[in-house]
Write a protein of this length. Structure first.
Length: 139
């Protein structure tokens, strides 16, 4: 069995945003040379997410609105976490809802997706560099 590991660096210029990283992840899979196995992709920060869904702008706007209703950024005093001097209590909750990672089967050297599935990076406290781990295990 082979193992491959690579980190992707992302920097979102705004506080929140969604980025389609499918092509970057597929490039990692090709680089790994693994044809059959599993691919793990996870955000390596507690205020960011990796998830799978459709690449449709209306859906992304729906996520933004829904997440802001669930955990609004303001008022900042809504979150005890912000008493530490931070202003990102909402980002931690949004990450929990959207998830830390995805695992995708690899078959014949390709990600085994269903229709319309893409991999996204979700940022909830941006404006600095963050890492996404891609780990592929198989043969």
């Amino acid at each position: 069995m082979k193992s491959f590991r690579k980190e992707l660096m992302l920097e979102i210029s705004s506080r929140r945003g969604f980025v389609n990283i499918t092509t970057d992840v597929e490039n990692c899979l090709r680089e790994s040379g693994i044809n059959e196995g599993l691919l793990l992709c996870n955000a390596m920060h507690i205020t960011a997410s990796v998830f799978i869904n459709d690449d449709e702008s209306g859906l992304h706007q729906d996520y933004e609105r829904w997440l802001e209703q669930l955990a609004p950024h303001e008022p900042l005093n809504l979150y005890r976490h912000n008493n530490t001097g931070e202003d990102n209590g909402d980002a931690h909750l949004k990450r929990t809802v959207m998830g830390r990672e995805v695992v995708v089967a690899v078959t014949n050297g390709r990600l085994d997706f269903g229709p319309w599935e893409q991999i996204f990076y979700g940022e909830f406290d941006g404006r600095r560099k963050k890492r996404v781990l891609v780990k592929v295990i198989g043969e």
